[in-house]
Design a binder for this molecule. Structure first.
Ligand code: UD1
Length: 342
């Protein structure tokens, strides 16, 4: 019988790509999602790629009774990957209580139920946002966690602390915290990808929507940073590479190979790219000219951050393999499939 993995937020952007990789690695997947920022039809895309339709339970991870019913229904959930969370930095500043309520309560509920079910592993979606502007680049997992710049960022920092505190007090399972850098791109089949609601806040969906003529102009937030070309630098990682790291993390937990009860890994490429480099590379690989203008800095943006991924490379045996060119092409292919649908 296949090991059953719970994927919360599994119809979302990173969750859906991870569901595909889990299925392709031989796991059985049950997705829990409240569809607050995704569509049930994403499961069709997962099925089209893998030939397997994962179970979808439409339910809110903050609802203990509903989640307990899911655990009871399946009975043998071996591990969970917890993606379900609100993730918009700007919105979190406007609605901090909604962010704290949703992101903390869902985390606590899933962790409690995993303990009650005597499951064997927990994987948490964290973010490089916990490092703020690092003093040393590339940033390692040992870099200090800086004061969060938004309630969203704080939910990641405190979420990590919740996992550590609960683990110290005794849990039947070990946890792996994955700190993502900037996930972009889509599955090469273009069956699944990012589906931003409304006006995208993140760079890549704004780039592809501008290229598709849905947005008139891309605004580049600042060209006066202390970086080679003045625009901000990030570590953009193909979402499929990111998804594969989750499979490795789950396998490590189920095979009891983790050497600490809570392990932390950076998931990045180790390569920093500026906003202007992304624009130029996108234009080169797609042949589409982007209409853009340089505007003032965006409040809360950090100047530059990229990962030192050696810990994940060595310990997990995982490396981000995709080139930025193929990653950007996959994002464009997905946007072309979506067409004018913003
Ligand atoms: C932010 C968060 C990250 C979170 C992610 C998901 C921080 C430091 N980072 O990443 O933790 O997981 O959002 O929402 O809080 N840009 C433009 N024009 C645009 C959009 C973006 O120039 O229209 C630039 C930004 O200034 C930035 C880069 O593109 O330099 C990437 O921005 P974005 O995609 O929003 O991601 P982050 O802000 O890095």
């Amino acid at each position: 019988m296949k090991d059953l993995i719970l994927v919360t937020g599994g119809t979302g952007y990173i969750g859906s790509h991870t569901a595909v990789e889990l299925i392709e690695a031989g796991y059985e997947v049950v997705i829990v999602d409240n569809l607050s920022n995704s569509e049930a039809t994403v499961v069709d895309g997962i099925e089209a790629i893998t030939g397997v339709r994962p179970a979808l339970e439409v339910c809110d991870c903050t609802d203990y009774a509903a989640m307990k019913a899911v655990f009871d229904k399946y009975g043998r959930i071996k591990a969970a990957i917890h993606f379900a969370a609100y993730k918009a930095v700007g919105e979190s500043v406007e609605k901090p209580l909604a962010y704290y309520q949703n992101n903390f309560l869902s985390l606590i509920t899933v962790m409690r139920l995993l303990a009650e079910a005597k499951s064997e592993g927990f994987v948490f979606s964290s973010s490089c946002t916990v490092y703020g502007q690092p003093d040393v680049l590339p940033v390692t997992e040992n870099a200090p966690v800086k004061q969060a710049m938004s309630p969203y960022g704080n939910t990641k920092q405190v979420g990590e602390e919740i996992i550590r505190d609960a683990t110290s007090a005794g849990l039947p399972y070990q946890s792996i915290i994955l700190r993502y850098f900037n996930p972009i791109g889509a599955h090469p089949s273009a069956e699944i990808g990012e589906l931003p609601l409304g006006v995208p806040q993140n760079l890549l969906p704004f780039v592809t929507q501008t290229a598709a003529g849905i947005r008139e102009k891309l605004r580049v937030f600042g060209d006066d940073y202390n970086t080679p070309d003045g625009s901000c630098v990030r570590d953009y990682i193909h979402v499929v590479d990111l998804a594969k790291a989750h499979v490795v993390a789950v396998r490590r937990l189920l095979e009891k190979k983790a050497t600490q009860d809570v392990e932390v890994f950076n998931l990045g490429t180790g390569r920093g790219l500026s906003v202007l480099e992304i624009i130029r590379t996108f234009e080169k690989v797609t042949g589409v000219k982007l209409n853009y203008e340089i505007v003032g800095r965006r409040a809360g943006d950090i100047e530059q951050v990229w990962a030192n991924p050696e810990h994940a490379n060595k310990v997990l045996g995982w490396t981000a393999e995709s080139s930025v060119e193929e990653t950007l092409l996959s994002a464009w292919k997905w946007q072309q499939k979506l067409g004018g649908k913003a």
